[in-house]
Each structure stands twice: as C-alpha cells, then as structure tokens.
Design a binder for this molecule. Structure first.
Ligand code: SF4
Length: 178
C-alpha cells in the first residue's frame, strides 16, 4: 500500500467524495458554439468570444488569444451580453414634452418623424453658407449631437457622415471615444 493510500485510510477519505448533484454541474457554455468576434464599441478593438446555443447568444467573454486585449474587456465591452439581454433595457421611445414633468411612451415612427422635422426646421432657419469674412463654411451651429456608449463603430461612422458632411452640423461628439 502506498503512502497516499495509507494516508487516505487514516483520515477516512472516501474514494470519490463528489455528490451526484455536483457531478451534474457544468459550465454554462458547455456544448455551445464559440465564434471569435470584435467588441463593437471603440477603436481599441478588443477580441470577444461569442457563445451560441440553438441559434441564441448565451454569453460573450474576452478572448485570451487576442494580442490586443489578452482576454480582458473594459466594463463596457464586458457588459455586451447584458446590453443584448438585460430585462432592464429600455426598448420603447420615451418622450417628455416641453414643460411637462412626465415621460410618455411614443411609437418609434412618431419619434423619428419628430426628430426629422425639428432638424430640418432648425437647419433651414440657421444655415450659414459663408461666415463674416465671406469664407465658405456651409454649416449650422444651431444643432449638436452627442452619441452614447452603446453606439457601435458602424453607427458612429454613419452618424458622423450624415451630420457633418450631409447636414453641416459642427458639434458632433461621442462620450465613448478613445
Ligand atoms: S469598448 Fe472596451 S472592451 Fe470594447 S474595444 Fe473598447 S476598450 Fe475594448
């Protein structure tokens, strides 16, 4: 009998001290398909692994093989799965009328039309083709745009293209730049 077996006998270890319930426990990604992807949020380009089962995303994690991020994600990238599936996520348009003290739910089409009308009206009333020195500027400084952290790279590209090149809006920002 070896030293380990003698030790086991002395302290009364059972051969396999694992309950049937524990044997059933496994990682939530077991059996899932893993696809390598890139975090959509900023220019760092951290790599993510997206796990899917039965056509549904069940988890998103950092990719240890990434030479950029080595498996890490910042809080925003780490919350990508939560953004997709959180029950707290707002999915309806909320509108607060001028001077009102409450939010109302509105249809998306109504909100899109209202934004479009107000942008057109404000731009028409404030568009400048030249500045005081006579230089061509083709701009409006009466509208600003602030992007949010959950806009992805493609959305930011289109926003910038439409607002600046298309409509001449100067103040276009995003709080999530790097
Ligand atoms: S948002 Fe965060 S996780 Fe995503 S690419 Fe940028 S730094 Fe990486």
């Amino acid at each position: 009998m070896g030293t380990f077996d003698r030790l086991k006998n002395r302290i009364g270890l059972v051969p396999n001290p694992v309950s049937a319930q524990t044997k059933q426990v496994h990682a939530r990604i077991r059996g899932a398909s893993a696809s390598v992807s890139v975090c959509p949020y900023c220019a760092v380009g951290c790599s993510q692994i997206v796990y899917t089962k039965n056509g549904k995303i069940i988890d998103i994690e950092g990719n240890y093989e990434s030479p950029i991020s080595g498996g890490t994600l910042c809080p925003k990238g780490a919350a990508t799965f939560g953004l997709l599936h959180s029950p707290l996520r707002e999915t309806k348009v909320k509108y607060r009328a001028p001077y009102s003290d409450r939010w109302e739910e509105k249809p998306l089409a109504w909100a899109m039309e209202r934004v479009a009308q107000l942008v057109k009206q404000t731009r028409d009333a404030n568009y400048e083709e030249t500045n005081e020195q006579g230089m061509t500027v083709n701009r409006t400084t009466a509208i600003g745009h602030m992007g949010g952290a959950t806009l992805d790279n493609e959305e930011n590209y289109l926003i910038k293209k439409l607002w600046t090149g298309g409509l001449g809006i100067v103040a276009v920002e995003n709080q999530a730049r790097i």
